[in-house]
Ligand binder design. Structure first.
Ligand code: ADP
Length: 667
């Protein structure tokens, strides 16, 4: 009891003392500013400030969230640095955030004992927009029709600090870097395109954000208002946040609590704190283990590809933050999840990890390896569960992250079976927006069908023009449509699903004989008027074509698969798929020779029959070799393969001339 009274007394004394200090400090700051050096913000920041100050009217309180989150980051940084460096300033200082109000001066002060900033860092971090996302933020804002920009975008694009100018007429930053060779500095701006810098005195490490509130924003001097904002947005901050000497946050990291106690809304706030994304996560996984390894984790599956992440730059990793014994160790730790799951965000905190763990030792650490295995299992399980129980959500997930998940098949050998079950594809038997699983495909395979069939191409439209699909339509067999470039890589690894081969429709050795024709699907080309041809003439013509085209193809044969088209190219048994060949050609350019293929000719096609008849009566007719060559090019164009267009033009020209000649004689 006595203790408590004494401490209340102390608080009072401290606060009067603080008031005096406050006035002194203010006077000093304003004086130093007189002699400060002026700088201009970059054009982007000026634009950003203009939008912040003039277009945003709601949710202004988020400035507090942004500043607290910056303070917490600065505390994380210094805490981590202190593990390995022992010359930092004020080692003994508690890691805390303080909020102070001064109603007399209409000021709000936010201070932290974090890493602080040097003069250079002030210029670098506060004076310019270094984040790649900021430009796209500005673009999005300027594209919005009404000038009422979406305030939620601010946090998302890492321009958090500037949001303070929504409520401030002037902001002064007083900061001292934790590195002993750096001096304390003062930064000040009125949010008008310029700022000033001046050296200043500051005793202890850390940053003070001194906000001169606009007259109409006095609400942020009210303790209740501040408290409610902090509790709403920043309760999970793992450092004490003191308001006028009283701690106002719970300080129990959200992942340390039991899942049943955490509300949906809290997860969402935590997610947006971690990712700067205001969109709710698609799925949340909260794990607590005590044995064999102790760890807590919260993982989020985002609802769309995070704005700061691209599939093609995997080095730009954004993932799971690592804590050891509640101490922040590393952000976006690459060792916690395999590369293909790098879109999963969250935290892991383990009591079984040493605090001095370094980047190098992370890789060999047994605890990390075990945690990682567990996380992968839980993420894949969650996806599987979603695919069964929340189909719409899973579809969203798949549309956003299919490339990532497919990428996993190559490296994550252990989980291949699970991954294959998660894959979804478009199909010849579904509406364009529908996706099916391999399991669904297998379950509805036709009687006598042995393999799973796919065709790859740029998009559904071009795929559906392929002559290779004709026999599948005739036999009413489903074909999966592979439209992502990564599919060709995937299918070079994934050659089977369960006991079924996964086969490209352009293989020479399709085993479709056991599947009955669907009568009503038979095509109508046969009825087109065409000459009667004897077996003998067919054979002769085949030899002729083989001879003409021997440079370009390995073989010519009559086709069993075609109905409407005169010909197609098929891949020899062991050759790589056409998709794969196209990729190799793209990579290696001229050096890569596409393997020769087999030309299949439709002997029921009236054009082929006409050619045979010309061959029978006039085997030297120039139209014959021209047509044979052009047939190959036509097939290549249809499948989107590269071809020598320059050789094609004179050929077509010659054919046109012959045709014109013929028609004009007839006329
Ligand atoms: P973000 O926090 O998304 O990086 P901000 O505009 O909020 O963007 O902050 C810009 C940078 O300024 C931060 O990345 C950090 O380097 C620095 N900074 C901001 N506040 C602090 C602080 N309280 N202590 C130390 N550095 C800070």
């Amino acid at each position: 009891m006595e203790e408590q009274e004494k401490s209340e007394q102390e608080v009072k004394e401290n606060s009067t003392q603080a008031n005096e200090e406050f006035k002194k400090k203010e006077a000093e700051i304003q004086e130093k500013l007189q002699q400060g050096t002026g700088f201009e913000f970059t054009a982007e920041i000026q634009k950003l400030l203009d939008i912040l100050v003039n277009s945003l009217y709601s949710h202004k309180e988020i400035f507090l969230r942004e500043l607290i989150s910056n303070a917490a980051d600065a505390l994380d940084k210094v805490r981590f640095k202190m593990l390995t460096e022992n010359n930092l300033r004020n080692q003994e200082l508690p890691l805390e955030i303080h909020i102070q109000v001064n109603k007399e001066q209409n000021m709000l002060i936010l201070s932290d004992t974090g890493i602080g900033m040097s003069k250079e860092e002030l210029i670098e971090n506060i004076g310019t927009i270094a984040h790649s996302g900021s430009m796209s933020f500005l673009k999005q804002l300027s594209e919005q029709k009404e000038k009422k920009a979406d305030v939620n975008l601010i946090g998302k694009f890492g321009v958090g600090f500037y949001s303070v100018f929504m409520v401030a007429r002037q902001v002064d930053i007083v900061t001292l870097s934790a590195y002993p060779d750096k001096e304390a500095y003062l930064w000040s701006s009125q949010g008008d395109g310029k700022y000033k810098l001046a050296p200043i005195n500051k005793e202890t490490r850390g940053t003070e954000i001194r906000i001169h509130l606009k007259e109409e924003e006095k609400q942020f001097l009210e303790e209740e208002r501040i408290k409610s904002v902090v509790q709403r947005y920043s309760d999970f901050i793992s450092y004490p946040i003191q308001l006028e000497g009283k701690q106002i946050n719970k300080l129990s990291a959200i992942w340390q609590r039991s899942a049943s106690e955490v509300k949906e809304e809290e997860y969402k706030e935590f997610y947006s704190y971690l990712t700067h994304n205001q969109e709710a996560p698609l799925s949340t996984i909260h794990l607590s283990y005590d044995a064999p390894i102790q760890f807590n984790s919260i993982l989020f599956i985002p609802a769309s590809v995070p704005w700061d992440m691209t599939f093609d730059i995997p080095e730009k990793w954004h993932g799971v933050h690592l804590y050891a014994k509640k101490v922040f160790i590393q952000s976006d730790c690459e060792e916690l999840l395999p590369m293909y799951l790098r879109f999963v965000r969250g935290v892991v905190d383990s009591d079984d990890l040493p605090l001095n763990i370094s980047r190098e030792t992370l890789q060999e650490n047994q605890v990390i390896t075990k945690i990682r295995k567990n996380l992968v299992r839980r993420v894949l399980e969650r996806m599987e569960q979603m695919s069964a129980e929340k189909k719409d959500d899973y579809k969203k997930l798949w549309l956003s992250f299919s490339k990532f998940i497919k990428q996993g098949y190559r490296g994550d050998y252990e989980n291949r079976e699970k991954l294959a079950k998660l894959f979804r594809f478009y199909s010849s038997k579904e509406a364009p927006e529908n996706l099916i699983s391999l399991q669904e495909y297998v379950d509805r395979m036709k009687e006598g069908q042995k393999d799973i069939y796919y065709i790859s191409g740029e998009n559904r439209e071009s795929i559906e023009k392929s002559p290779h699909l004709e026999i599948f339509k005739r036999k009413d067999i489903e074909v999966l449509y592979m439209v992502e470039p990564i599919d060709d890589f995937l299918l070079s690894d994934m050659t089977k699903f369960q006991d079924k081969n996964i086969v490209s429709v352009d293989r020479e050795d399709l085993s479709l004989d056991d599947v009955k024709e669907a009568e009503e699907k038979k095509d109508a080309t046969e009825t087109k008027e065409s000459p009667e041809i004897s077996e003998r003439s067919f054979e002769d013509f085949l030899h002729y074509v083989k001879d003409i085209l021997k440079e370009k193809i390995v073989d010519v044969r009559f086709s069993k698969r075609l109905t409407g088209s005169p010909c197609c190219l098929v891949a020899a048994k062991d050759a790589p798929s056409v998709g794969m060949q196209k990729i190799m050609k793209m990579w290696m350019n001229e050096k890569y020779e596409m393997p020769k293929r087999i030309l299949e000719i439709n002997k029921e096609h009236f054009f082929i029959k006409n050619l045979i008849q010309i061959y029978n009566t006039d085997p030297r007719n120039a139209i014959l070799p021209l047509s044979c060559e052009q047939l190959i090019d036509n097939a290549l164009i249809l499948e989107g393969s590269p071809l020598d267009a320059r050789a094609m033009v004179p050929r077509i020209q010659e054919m046109m001339e012959k045709m014109a000649d013929l028609l004009s004689k007839k006329a």
